[in-house]
Ligand binder design. Sequence first.
Ligand SMILES: [Zn+2]
Ligand SMILES: [Zn+2]
Length: 276
Amino acid sequence: MAEPVWIGVGEKANANQDFDNKRLKEKGKECEKDKYYVPVNSDDLKEMLKPVRSNMHLHDLILKMVKLTGLISVTFKDLLIPGEGTGTGFIQRIRRVLGRCPCPECKDHTNTRRYAILSVATALHVLHEDPESCKSTIDVKFIRETVKMILDYDDKTKDPEKCPSLYGYRISDTDKDIDVNSDWCCIEFVSHKMDLVSDLEKTLTEFQDLQKTVYNYFKQDHKYKGHVIIIGHPHGLQKQLSFSKTMAERKPLKEVRDTQRWCRYKYDATTCQGFS
Ligand SMILES: [Zn+2]
Ligand SMILES: [Zn+2]
């Protein structure tokens, strides 16, 4: 059996690797790199986060970030070789809507109801077999049959089918228009399970408040600047964290949307396929 090529965040994926996810999952069990990852609920994670304990805001920020990160599971039915692929996504925005919920459970009903649209950032290659070919946002359609985001799939839960999940609805943004070689995209997921939505809204608000506090703190004290923590689902398995040992290199690429800046980071934290 050929060795899979490991894909890091932001690297271009070879779509063929995503098709054979089962094989990667099996491979993941014996993957050499997996021993470097730290499970979400482990004592090892408490140990790894000890250096940031002195700043409880940063410590809490990381844990909220863990909560808002989920496994993206994609079923390819429209391609020559059907299969599955996985990636990792982060919930950035939640808005409530009153209307016809587009999820598979509701889409045949004409009744309006309360539901939420959750914007999730991920890598475009998780969904698109050739992200380089997309010249603009209009080129990218939501071409996959089923896209799901599975939450709370970590070392406490054995079965991803029993975890709460969101339904993938459409790709809303790609930043293909701003002329940097980026692999970023934003997917809109929906859910009408309002208890789950309220819970995520609370975590997101807390995360955003902590983000401001931590940003202001580190503007004055750069002690942890440049260190990288990656949260994700290597090989589509349970959520893990990966830590860098050295400072990351940062290269600004372009100013976008007034206050935002696209940057490329070079780091040495270990990643496997599925972390993107
Ligand atoms: Zn691995
Ligand atoms: Zn629905």
